[in-house]
Design a protein around this ligand. Structure first.
Ligand SMILES: Cc1ncc(COP(=O)(O)O)c(C=O)c1O
Length: 398
Protein backbone atom coordinates (compact mmCIF):
# COMPACT_ATOMS: atom_id res chain seq x y z
CA UNK A 1 0.00 0.00 0.00
CA UNK A 2 1.30 3.42 -0.88
CA UNK A 3 2.06 5.73 2.00
CA UNK A 4 1.07 9.38 1.70
CA UNK A 5 3.60 11.61 3.46
CA UNK A 6 0.69 13.88 4.38
CA UNK A 7 -1.16 11.09 6.21
CA UNK A 8 0.38 12.14 9.52
CA UNK A 9 -1.13 15.62 9.03
CA UNK A 10 -4.58 14.22 8.33
CA UNK A 11 -4.27 12.05 11.44
CA UNK A 12 -2.98 14.91 13.61
CA UNK A 13 -5.83 15.98 15.82
CA UNK A 14 -4.18 17.28 18.96
CA UNK A 15 -4.19 21.02 18.18
CA UNK A 16 -7.79 20.90 16.95
CA UNK A 17 -8.88 18.99 20.04
CA UNK A 18 -7.40 21.69 22.25
CA UNK A 19 -8.97 24.41 20.09
CA UNK A 20 -12.35 22.67 20.31
CA UNK A 21 -12.01 22.62 24.10
CA UNK A 22 -11.47 26.39 24.02
CA UNK A 23 -8.13 26.16 25.79
CA UNK A 24 -5.66 26.52 22.91
CA UNK A 25 -2.84 28.76 24.22
CA UNK A 26 -0.59 29.13 21.18
CA UNK A 27 -0.23 31.71 18.41
CA UNK A 28 -2.25 34.27 20.35
CA UNK A 29 -2.36 37.42 18.26
CA UNK A 30 -0.95 40.50 19.93
CA UNK A 31 -1.73 43.90 18.43
CA UNK A 32 0.65 46.05 20.48
CA UNK A 33 4.38 46.22 21.28
CA UNK A 34 5.99 43.56 23.50
CA UNK A 35 5.55 45.71 26.60
CA UNK A 36 4.59 44.83 30.20
CA UNK A 37 0.97 45.26 29.08
CA UNK A 38 -0.10 43.89 25.69
CA UNK A 39 -3.35 44.14 23.74
CA UNK A 40 -5.17 41.05 22.51
CA UNK A 41 -8.63 41.27 20.94
CA UNK A 42 -8.95 44.80 22.29
CA UNK A 43 -8.23 43.70 25.88
CA UNK A 44 -5.17 44.57 27.93
CA UNK A 45 -3.22 41.75 29.53
CA UNK A 46 -0.23 41.89 31.88
CA UNK A 47 2.55 40.25 29.89
CA UNK A 48 4.31 37.55 31.92
CA UNK A 49 5.46 35.62 28.89
CA UNK A 50 8.07 37.73 27.16
CA UNK A 51 11.84 37.39 26.89
CA UNK A 52 12.15 41.16 26.53
CA UNK A 53 14.08 41.11 29.80
CA UNK A 54 15.43 44.64 29.73
CA UNK A 55 12.29 46.11 28.21
CA UNK A 56 14.08 47.45 25.14
CA UNK A 57 11.93 46.24 22.24
CA UNK A 58 9.85 49.41 22.33
CA UNK A 59 12.59 51.78 23.51
CA UNK A 60 12.63 55.07 21.56
CA UNK A 61 16.39 55.02 20.96
CA UNK A 62 16.36 51.41 19.77
CA UNK A 63 13.47 52.12 17.43
CA UNK A 64 15.13 55.30 16.15
CA UNK A 65 18.35 53.40 15.41
CA UNK A 66 16.40 50.71 13.56
CA UNK A 67 14.45 53.35 11.60
CA UNK A 68 17.65 55.18 10.63
CA UNK A 69 19.25 51.95 9.38
CA UNK A 70 16.09 51.10 7.48
CA UNK A 71 16.19 54.50 5.84
CA UNK A 72 19.87 54.28 4.97
CA UNK A 73 20.25 50.63 3.92
CA UNK A 74 16.73 49.54 3.01
CA UNK A 75 14.73 46.56 4.20
CA UNK A 76 17.06 43.66 3.52
CA UNK A 77 20.45 42.45 2.37
CA UNK A 78 19.22 40.17 -0.42
CA UNK A 79 21.86 37.57 0.16
CA UNK A 80 24.19 35.89 2.59
CA UNK A 81 26.98 37.51 4.52
CA UNK A 82 29.48 35.40 2.55
CA UNK A 83 28.52 36.86 -0.80
CA UNK A 84 26.65 40.15 -1.16
CA UNK A 85 25.00 40.59 2.27
CA UNK A 86 27.74 42.05 4.48
CA UNK A 87 27.15 45.68 5.47
CA UNK A 88 29.53 47.92 7.35
CA UNK A 89 27.08 47.78 10.28
CA UNK A 90 27.38 43.96 10.46
CA UNK A 91 31.13 44.27 10.77
CA UNK A 92 30.87 47.08 13.32
CA UNK A 93 28.37 45.12 15.42
CA UNK A 94 30.61 42.04 15.36
CA UNK A 95 33.56 44.10 16.52
CA UNK A 96 31.45 45.56 19.33
CA UNK A 97 30.11 42.19 20.37
CA UNK A 98 33.63 40.72 20.43
CA UNK A 99 34.87 43.62 22.56
CA UNK A 100 31.85 43.47 24.87
CA UNK A 101 32.20 39.72 25.35
CA UNK A 102 36.00 40.05 25.71
CA UNK A 103 36.65 37.60 22.87
CA UNK A 104 38.86 37.76 19.80
CA UNK A 105 36.00 37.74 17.36
CA UNK A 106 32.25 37.42 16.92
CA UNK A 107 30.01 36.42 14.04
CA UNK A 108 26.35 37.33 13.59
CA UNK A 109 23.60 35.11 12.19
CA UNK A 110 19.99 35.88 11.33
CA UNK A 111 18.60 34.03 14.36
CA UNK A 112 19.97 32.45 17.51
CA UNK A 113 18.57 29.14 16.30
CA UNK A 114 20.73 29.41 13.19
CA UNK A 115 23.80 30.09 15.32
CA UNK A 116 23.51 26.73 17.03
CA UNK A 117 22.57 24.92 13.83
CA UNK A 118 25.56 26.33 11.99
CA UNK A 119 28.16 26.26 14.72
CA UNK A 120 27.52 22.73 15.95
CA UNK A 121 27.00 21.15 12.55
CA UNK A 122 30.30 22.48 11.26
CA UNK A 123 32.36 21.84 14.39
CA UNK A 124 31.30 18.23 14.94
CA UNK A 125 33.24 15.93 12.66
CA UNK A 126 33.12 12.13 12.51
CA UNK A 127 35.69 11.73 15.25
CA UNK A 128 34.06 14.16 17.67
CA UNK A 129 31.62 13.57 20.51
CA UNK A 130 29.31 16.27 21.78
CA UNK A 131 27.98 16.09 25.32
CA UNK A 132 24.63 17.80 25.80
CA UNK A 133 22.66 18.50 28.94
CA UNK A 134 19.30 16.71 28.65
CA UNK A 135 17.50 20.05 28.93
CA UNK A 136 19.59 21.93 26.36
CA UNK A 137 17.59 24.04 23.95
CA UNK A 138 16.13 22.29 20.90
CA UNK A 139 18.41 24.13 18.47
CA UNK A 140 21.50 22.76 20.22
CA UNK A 141 20.26 19.23 19.70
CA UNK A 142 19.24 19.99 16.12
CA UNK A 143 22.64 21.54 15.35
CA UNK A 144 24.41 18.54 16.84
CA UNK A 145 22.21 16.19 14.78
CA UNK A 146 23.25 17.97 11.60
CA UNK A 147 26.91 17.31 12.38
CA UNK A 148 28.73 14.02 11.81
CA UNK A 149 29.80 13.53 15.42
CA UNK A 150 28.40 11.30 18.15
CA UNK A 151 25.79 12.82 20.47
CA UNK A 152 25.65 11.87 24.11
CA UNK A 153 23.24 13.45 26.58
CA UNK A 154 23.96 13.69 30.27
CA UNK A 155 21.33 14.08 32.98
CA UNK A 156 20.26 17.65 33.59
CA UNK A 157 22.84 19.47 35.70
CA UNK A 158 24.24 16.13 36.89
CA UNK A 159 28.01 16.43 36.92
CA UNK A 160 28.49 12.75 37.80
CA UNK A 161 26.56 11.84 34.67
CA UNK A 162 28.68 14.27 32.60
CA UNK A 163 31.92 12.89 34.08
CA UNK A 164 30.95 9.30 33.30
CA UNK A 165 30.14 10.17 29.69
CA UNK A 166 33.34 12.17 29.27
CA UNK A 167 35.40 9.29 30.62
CA UNK A 168 33.77 6.92 28.13
CA UNK A 169 34.68 8.96 25.04
CA UNK A 170 37.52 7.16 23.19
CA UNK A 171 40.86 8.90 23.71
CA UNK A 172 41.32 9.80 20.04
CA UNK A 173 37.98 11.65 19.83
CA UNK A 174 37.36 15.37 20.23
CA UNK A 175 34.98 16.34 23.04
CA UNK A 176 32.67 19.33 23.14
CA UNK A 177 30.34 20.08 26.04
CA UNK A 178 27.39 22.33 25.18
CA UNK A 179 25.08 23.71 27.85
CA UNK A 180 22.52 26.45 28.21
CA UNK A 181 23.84 29.10 30.59
CA UNK A 182 20.27 29.66 31.79
CA UNK A 183 17.90 26.81 30.95
CA UNK A 184 15.09 28.33 28.98
CA UNK A 185 12.13 26.58 30.58
CA UNK A 186 13.21 25.82 34.15
CA UNK A 187 15.13 29.09 34.54
CA UNK A 188 17.95 27.38 36.44
CA UNK A 189 21.64 27.91 35.72
CA UNK A 190 24.18 25.41 34.44
CA UNK A 191 26.65 24.31 37.11
CA UNK A 192 29.47 26.12 35.42
CA UNK A 193 32.22 25.74 38.05
CA UNK A 194 31.81 21.95 38.11
CA UNK A 195 31.44 21.73 34.33
CA UNK A 196 34.68 23.68 33.90
CA UNK A 197 36.50 21.28 36.22
CA UNK A 198 35.14 18.29 34.29
CA UNK A 199 36.08 19.88 31.00
CA UNK A 200 39.63 20.49 32.17
CA UNK A 201 40.02 16.98 33.58
CA UNK A 202 38.97 15.44 30.28
CA UNK A 203 40.53 17.84 27.79
CA UNK A 204 37.16 18.89 26.39
CA UNK A 205 36.00 22.19 24.88
CA UNK A 206 33.02 24.05 26.30
CA UNK A 207 30.34 26.09 24.58
CA UNK A 208 27.61 28.03 26.39
CA UNK A 209 24.30 29.04 24.88
CA UNK A 210 23.65 32.23 26.79
CA UNK A 211 20.43 33.27 25.09
CA UNK A 212 18.81 33.98 28.47
CA UNK A 213 21.97 35.02 30.31
CA UNK A 214 23.16 37.86 28.09
CA UNK A 215 22.20 41.26 29.49
CA UNK A 216 20.75 39.57 32.58
CA UNK A 217 23.64 37.94 34.44
CA UNK A 218 27.03 39.34 35.42
CA UNK A 219 28.03 42.73 36.70
CA UNK A 220 28.25 44.04 33.13
CA UNK A 221 25.58 41.83 31.57
CA UNK A 222 28.05 39.55 29.80
CA UNK A 223 26.08 36.58 31.02
CA UNK A 224 26.46 33.34 32.92
CA UNK A 225 30.22 32.98 32.57
CA UNK A 226 30.74 36.50 33.91
CA UNK A 227 28.36 35.71 36.78
CA UNK A 228 30.55 32.75 37.77
CA UNK A 229 33.84 34.57 37.05
CA UNK A 230 34.73 31.88 34.50
CA UNK A 231 34.78 33.65 31.15
CA UNK A 232 38.29 32.56 30.23
CA UNK A 233 37.37 28.92 30.87
CA UNK A 234 34.51 28.93 28.35
CA UNK A 235 35.71 28.39 24.78
CA UNK A 236 32.71 29.56 22.82
CA UNK A 237 29.64 31.63 23.71
CA UNK A 238 26.51 32.13 21.67
CA UNK A 239 23.92 34.78 22.31
CA UNK A 240 20.73 35.89 20.69
CA UNK A 241 19.30 39.31 19.90
CA UNK A 242 15.77 38.03 20.51
CA UNK A 243 15.72 38.54 24.26
CA UNK A 244 17.72 41.28 26.03
CA UNK A 245 18.92 42.76 22.73
CA UNK A 246 15.41 43.60 21.61
CA UNK A 247 15.26 42.33 18.05
CA UNK A 248 16.03 39.17 16.08
CA UNK A 249 19.40 37.64 15.23
CA UNK A 250 22.22 35.95 17.06
CA UNK A 251 25.97 35.66 17.38
CA UNK A 252 28.79 33.41 18.40
CA UNK A 253 31.99 34.72 20.00
CA UNK A 254 35.32 33.04 20.60
CA UNK A 255 38.91 32.65 19.38
CA UNK A 256 39.70 34.22 16.01
CA UNK A 257 40.61 30.96 14.26
CA UNK A 258 37.45 29.22 15.47
CA UNK A 259 35.21 32.08 14.43
CA UNK A 260 36.94 32.29 11.05
CA UNK A 261 36.31 28.57 10.49
CA UNK A 262 32.65 28.94 11.47
CA UNK A 263 32.33 31.99 9.23
CA UNK A 264 33.33 29.92 6.21
CA UNK A 265 31.74 26.58 7.13
CA UNK A 266 28.48 27.16 9.00
CA UNK A 267 25.80 26.40 6.45
CA UNK A 268 23.02 28.26 8.29
CA UNK A 269 25.12 31.39 7.84
CA UNK A 270 26.58 31.00 4.39
CA UNK A 271 23.40 29.72 2.75
CA UNK A 272 20.99 32.13 4.44
CA UNK A 273 20.33 35.85 4.11
CA UNK A 274 22.19 38.25 6.39
CA UNK A 275 20.48 39.85 9.40
CA UNK A 276 18.51 42.84 8.07
CA UNK A 277 19.83 46.38 8.67
CA UNK A 278 17.11 47.41 11.11
CA UNK A 279 17.83 44.40 13.33
CA UNK A 280 21.57 45.00 13.25
CA UNK A 281 21.11 48.63 14.27
CA UNK A 282 18.56 47.73 16.96
CA UNK A 283 20.89 45.13 18.51
CA UNK A 284 23.75 47.60 18.44
CA UNK A 285 21.70 50.30 20.17
CA UNK A 286 20.36 47.79 22.71
CA UNK A 287 23.96 46.85 23.49
CA UNK A 288 24.73 50.55 24.10
CA UNK A 289 21.90 50.63 26.61
CA UNK A 290 23.01 47.39 28.28
CA UNK A 291 26.40 49.02 28.84
CA UNK A 292 25.08 52.45 29.77
CA UNK A 293 22.19 51.55 32.07
CA UNK A 294 23.09 48.82 34.55
CA UNK A 295 20.10 50.05 36.57
CA UNK A 296 17.85 48.19 34.13
CA UNK A 297 19.47 44.91 35.10
CA UNK A 298 19.12 45.88 38.75
CA UNK A 299 15.40 46.59 38.29
CA UNK A 300 14.95 43.30 36.44
CA UNK A 301 16.49 41.49 39.39
CA UNK A 302 14.33 43.38 41.88
CA UNK A 303 11.24 42.33 39.93
CA UNK A 304 12.49 38.77 39.63
CA UNK A 305 13.28 38.39 43.33
CA UNK A 306 9.95 39.91 44.28
CA UNK A 307 8.01 37.53 42.06
CA UNK A 308 10.01 34.48 43.08
CA UNK A 309 9.36 35.26 46.73
CA UNK A 310 5.66 36.04 46.27
CA UNK A 311 4.96 33.05 44.02
CA UNK A 312 6.64 30.70 46.48
CA UNK A 313 4.70 32.30 49.35
CA UNK A 314 1.45 31.67 47.49
CA UNK A 315 2.41 27.99 47.32
CA UNK A 316 3.46 27.62 43.66
CA UNK A 317 6.18 25.11 42.82
CA UNK A 318 8.79 27.33 41.11
CA UNK A 319 11.36 24.56 40.73
CA UNK A 320 15.03 25.50 40.76
CA UNK A 321 14.66 28.84 39.00
CA UNK A 322 17.48 31.33 39.60
CA UNK A 323 16.64 33.75 36.80
CA UNK A 324 13.84 35.96 35.43
CA UNK A 325 12.35 32.78 33.97
CA UNK A 326 10.13 31.42 36.74
CA UNK A 327 8.19 28.25 35.96
CA UNK A 328 5.06 27.27 37.84
CA UNK A 329 5.12 23.50 37.65
CA UNK A 330 1.69 21.91 37.35
CA UNK A 331 2.58 18.49 35.91
CA UNK A 332 -0.42 17.65 33.75
CA UNK A 333 -0.75 19.07 30.20
CA UNK A 334 -4.51 19.57 30.36
CA UNK A 335 -4.26 21.33 33.69
CA UNK A 336 -1.63 23.67 32.23
CA UNK A 337 -3.82 24.46 29.21
CA UNK A 338 -6.84 25.17 31.41
CA UNK A 339 -4.90 27.37 33.82
CA UNK A 340 -3.31 29.39 31.02
CA UNK A 341 -6.78 29.98 29.56
CA UNK A 342 -8.17 31.07 32.93
CA UNK A 343 -5.22 33.40 33.46
CA UNK A 344 -5.86 34.87 30.03
CA UNK A 345 -9.46 35.52 31.05
CA UNK A 346 -8.15 37.10 34.25
CA UNK A 347 -5.95 39.45 32.20
CA UNK A 348 -2.54 37.76 32.48
CA UNK A 349 -0.54 36.38 29.57
CA UNK A 350 1.61 33.38 30.51
CA UNK A 351 3.12 30.63 28.41
CA UNK A 352 1.95 27.04 28.42
CA UNK A 353 4.88 24.61 28.20
CA UNK A 354 4.43 20.90 27.63
CA UNK A 355 6.54 18.06 26.20
CA UNK A 356 8.81 18.08 24.19
CA UNK A 357 9.91 21.48 25.56
CA UNK A 358 9.90 19.87 29.03
CA UNK A 359 9.88 16.19 30.05
CA UNK A 360 6.51 14.40 29.95
CA UNK A 361 4.65 15.02 33.22
CA UNK A 362 6.44 18.30 33.86
CA UNK A 363 3.95 20.62 32.17
CA UNK A 364 4.36 24.15 33.41
CA UNK A 365 3.19 27.70 33.21
CA UNK A 366 6.29 29.60 32.22
CA UNK A 367 6.44 33.13 33.57
CA UNK A 368 9.19 35.63 32.77
CA UNK A 369 9.88 39.17 33.85
CA UNK A 370 11.04 42.49 32.49
CA UNK A 371 12.86 45.44 33.97
CA UNK A 372 9.90 47.58 32.91
CA UNK A 373 7.21 45.74 34.89
CA UNK A 374 5.90 48.04 37.59
CA UNK A 375 5.13 46.76 41.06
CA UNK A 376 1.42 47.44 40.56
CA UNK A 377 1.35 45.33 37.37
CA UNK A 378 3.18 42.52 39.14
CA UNK A 379 0.71 42.71 42.03
CA UNK A 380 -2.20 42.63 39.62
CA UNK A 381 -0.73 39.48 38.05
CA UNK A 382 -0.12 37.93 41.48
CA UNK A 383 -3.77 38.44 42.45
CA UNK A 384 -4.89 36.61 39.32
CA UNK A 385 -2.29 33.86 39.81
CA UNK A 386 -3.44 33.35 43.40
CA UNK A 387 -7.09 33.13 42.32
CA UNK A 388 -6.43 30.70 39.49
CA UNK A 389 -3.92 28.66 41.52
CA UNK A 390 -6.54 28.19 44.26
CA UNK A 391 -9.26 27.38 41.75
CA UNK A 392 -7.19 24.53 40.30
CA UNK A 393 -5.79 23.32 43.62
CA UNK A 394 -2.13 23.64 42.62
CA UNK A 395 -0.98 25.72 45.59
CA UNK A 396 0.99 23.96 48.27
CA UNK A 397 -0.27 24.74 51.71
CA UNK A 398 1.52 24.78 55.08
C1 LIG B 1 18.44 28.73 25.03
C2 LIG B 1 18.06 29.23 23.67
N1 LIG B 1 18.93 29.13 22.67
C3 LIG B 1 18.64 29.57 21.44
C4 LIG B 1 17.42 30.14 21.15
C5 LIG B 1 17.12 30.57 19.77
O1 LIG B 1 17.18 31.94 19.67
P1 LIG B 1 16.42 32.79 18.56
O2 LIG B 1 15.08 33.11 19.09
O3 LIG B 1 17.29 33.98 18.40
O4 LIG B 1 16.35 31.96 17.32
C6 LIG B 1 16.49 30.29 22.17
C7 LIG B 1 15.19 30.95 21.90
O5 LIG B 1 14.15 30.46 22.13
C8 LIG B 1 16.81 29.81 23.46
O6 LIG B 1 15.92 29.90 24.46
Amino acid sequence: MELDVFQKCFDYGLAQKIRDAGIYPYFRTISSPQDPVVTIDGRELVMLGSNNYLGLTNHPEVKAAAAAALERYGTGCAGSRLLNGTLDIHVALEERLAAFMRRDAALTFSTGFQVNLGVLSCLLGRRDTVLLDALDHACILDGARLGFGTIWKFKHNDIGSLERKLAAVPAECGRLIVVDGVFSMEGDLCKLPEIVKAKERHGARLMIDDAHGLGVFGESGRGTAEHFGLEAEVDLVMGTFSKSLATVGGFVAGDAAVIDFIKHQARSGIFSAAPPPASVAAASKALDIVEREPERRKQLWENTCYMKRELAALGFDTGESESPVIPLAVGDDLLAFRMVQRLHEEGVFVNCVISPAVPVGRAMIRTSYMATHTRSLLDRALDALARVGREFGVLRTG
